[in-house]
Write a protein that binds this ligand. Structure first.
Ligand code: UD1
Length: 417
């Protein structure tokens, strides 16, 4: 087990280079098996979720060559067999193998995916989409068998603009016969990144990034070269950290447009930002004021930044309100922040935060990935040395977080316990 020890109060300056987006990469790797030949995907983040996906590829007989920041996936010897539960449980995104294997072989068998415990997180919309394309879904205990004689394009309306369902249906539909329309599709940049990859492979997808995606099925897809977009959530987390303790902290290799909902809130509280073409420089300012935030699907304020942003709001003057509209159980970071000295009350799906409050070092637990990020931000701000356990959650999504923070002046150590 790993533990992080962080001594707060340091000023962070220098440059943090942002890695490829986790939520793109975890969909692009399963998508690569739809091709008949090898694909090279670069700007892959070095995070444990990618290791877990590569283990699944390996189990399916797919050749995977990894080097720094890139992966070459050759599906020539792919065997369509059941994905073992111990592998699919390691991460949420293992569910993308459902769409990809169904699209390629018209049959997939796997168990319910894993991932952070932040709410019920059903996959009913994914399954409804597969059924609309002509598949039959059988559920036995925890195991799903999804099978079709043939997949036929269809109009699909998503009750919720789900990122996972939108991508999974695209994966299943690219080789279906005829035309599929996904209405109320999610619009996240990661979806555009996946659609661009599939189109480079020969798919015919239009409208990705809008709420209507149209897909005309093709018979064959061929491998290609593709690049993962920068991780807007990693970038957002470091911007929040910069607002808390940065001095000209440069967050580099990003697409600032992907972060507008966050940067506008940072400006509203009073942080100092310089927005460049592919970077943002941020400095801590005195006298931040409280704001209201509501999470929403893209381009709204991302639920994945709600938890780290809570930490920042504890340092803002007055009353802040943070409403979580996407997940029902994404406040696991709050009791730890309260223990560190924050004044936060949970009322249903809303946090009421009074600030500013001084934070004190404590022993805390990273209950999930972004709760862990919230606690790292708090520890960097707090007086004393905070110990964070369950660090494995953080390493699933933040590439070399210890090295990146150390390089800009943080007092942070990773220990094996
Ligand atoms: C993805 C991201 C995650 C992010 C989330 C919302 C990945 C691997 N993960 O998760 O980091 O927090 O988008 O931006 O990309 N829902 C259903 N039925 C379904 C599918 C979803 O009810 O079949 C609900 C979920 O429970 C949730 C909401 O829809 O309340 C949004 O979920 P969704 O967009 O699907 O999130 P994920 O794809 O799981």
């Amino acid at each position: 087990m790993k533990l992080l020890e962080i001594t707060g109060g340091e000023t962070l300056s220098g440059t943090i280079r942002i890695s490829g987006a986790k939520n793109s990469a975890v969909a692009l790797i399963p998508a690569a098996i739809l091709a008949d030949s090898e694909s090279t995907i670069c700007n892959i983040p070095e995070i444990t979720d990618i290791d877990a996906l590569c283990d699944i590829l390996d189990d399916l007989g797919v050749s995977v060559k990894r080097s720094t920041e890139s992966v070459i996936v050759d599906p020539t010897n792919l065997k369509n067999k059941e994905i073992p539960e111990n592998l699919s449980r390691k991460l949420r995104a293992s569910y993308y193998f459902m769409g990809a294997l169904l699209g390629k072989y018209k049959k997939v068998e796997m168990c319910f995916p894993g991932g952070c415990s932040i709410g019920a997180r059903p996959i009913d919309l994914h399954l409804k989409g597969f059924e609309a394309l002509g598949a039959k879904v059988k559920v036995k205990g925890n195991k799903y068998t999804v099978e079709a004689k043939k997949l036929k394009g269809a109009p699909i309306y998503l009750d919720i603009a789900s990122v996972g369902a939108t991508i999974n249906i695209m994966l299943a539909a690219v080789k279906a016969e005829g035309k599929t329309t996904i209405d109320n599709a999610a619009k996240e940049p990661e979806i555009v990144n996946v659609a661009t990859f599939l189109n480079s492979m020969g798919a015919k997808i239009t409208g990705a990034g809008t709420s209507t995606i149209k897909i005309v099925g093709v018979e064959h897809l061929k491998g290609c070269f593709h690049e993962v977009i920068p991780d807007r959530i990693e970038a957002g987390t470091y911007l929040i950290i910069g607002a808390l303790c940065g001095k000209k902290l440069k967050i580099d290799n990003i697409i600032p447009e992907h972060l507008e909902s966050l940067t506008s809130k940072l400006q509203e509280i009073g942080a100092s930002l310089e927005i460049g073409p592919d970077y943002i420089t941020i400095s801590k300012k005195a006298g931040y004021k409280g704001v209201r935030v509501q999470t929403a699907t893209y381009p709204g304020f991302p639920t994945d930044l709600q938890q780290p942003f809570t930490t920042l709001l504890t340092q803002c003057k007055g009353n802040s309100k943070l409403e979580e509209t996407i997940y029902e159980n994404r406040f696991m970071h709050v009791p730890y922040l309260v223990d560190m000295g924050a004044d936060i009350v949970i009322e249903g799906d809303t946090l009421k935060i009074k600030g500013p409050t001084k934070l004190q070092a404590r022993e805390v637990v990273a209950t999930d990935l972004r709760a862990g990020a919230a606690l790292v931000a708090a520890a960097l701000t707090a007086k004393g040395t905070t110990k964070i356990t369950n660090v494995e959650h953080i390493l699933r999504g933040y590439e070399r977080i210890v090295e990146k923070l150390k390089a800009v002046g943080a007092k942070i150590k990773s220990l094996e316990i």
